[in-house]
Design a protein around this ligand. Structure first.
Ligand code: ADP
Length: 166
């Protein structure tokens, strides 16, 4: 059984992430998608909300299990018996950061390979932060995220606007 982990912030999950997760399912028998809490990034959604949206968006993929993990990616990969960490690459701008992470992870655990997948063209400029920016200004994000995420974004930002007014 070939197992992979797809780690990320997924704040929130986009069609770009789902493209990578779906393609990982063609290569691996089981794909664990892990919401990792990154203390350096302030998130809009709680880890549990992010896992819930991921689980809904990947319901049709039998090989996928979504969960949260607080700790090192290599530790998570070891725990799940994974042979690979799958990451998506959008543009050259992602490369330097990803190379650094892959090198550090390789140093920490030589048994786990990092596998990069090039993003599909239509998602190469898609990021969670751009989606949040558009949604916060009331824009329509339904081309970039599943409906459960678009709805959650609308709820978050309408609450924020109500709080601002009162
Ligand atoms: P992180 O905070 O760890 O970078 P993200 O949630 O932003 O996590 O992304 C998780 C993974 O998905 C990363 O490998 C990232 O490169 C990839 N990814 C993000 N957006 C896209 C996209 N539009 N197309 C393909 N891969 C993407």
């Amino acid at each position: 059984m070939k197992i992979a982990v797809c780690p990320g912030s997924f704040d929130p999950v986009t069609y770009g992430h789902l493209d990578i997760i779906t393609r990982a399912c063609d290569i691996f028998d089981r794909v664990y998608v892990a919401v990792l809490t990154n203390p350096a990034k302030s998130a809009l959604f709680t880890p549990d909300e992010r896992v819930e949206m991921l689980s809904t968006a990947t319901r049709h993929l039998d090989a996928v299990i979504c969960e949260r993990f607080d700790g090192l990616v290599v530790e998570y990969a070891r725990l799940r018996g994974a042979i690979a960490i799958v990451r998506g690459l959008r543009a050259v701008t992602d490369f330097e950061f990803e190379l650094k992470m892959a090198s550090m992870n390789h140093h920490l655990d030589k048994e786990v390979e990092t596998v990069f997948m090039m993003t599909s063209n239509e998602y190469s400029f898609l990021s969670s932060s751009a989606v949040k920016e558009v949604a916060s200004l009331g824009g329509n994000v339904s081309a970039w995220v599943p409906s459960c995420v678009a709805e959650a974004l609308t709820r978050k930002y309408s609450h924020a606007r109500e709080a601002e007014i009162s």
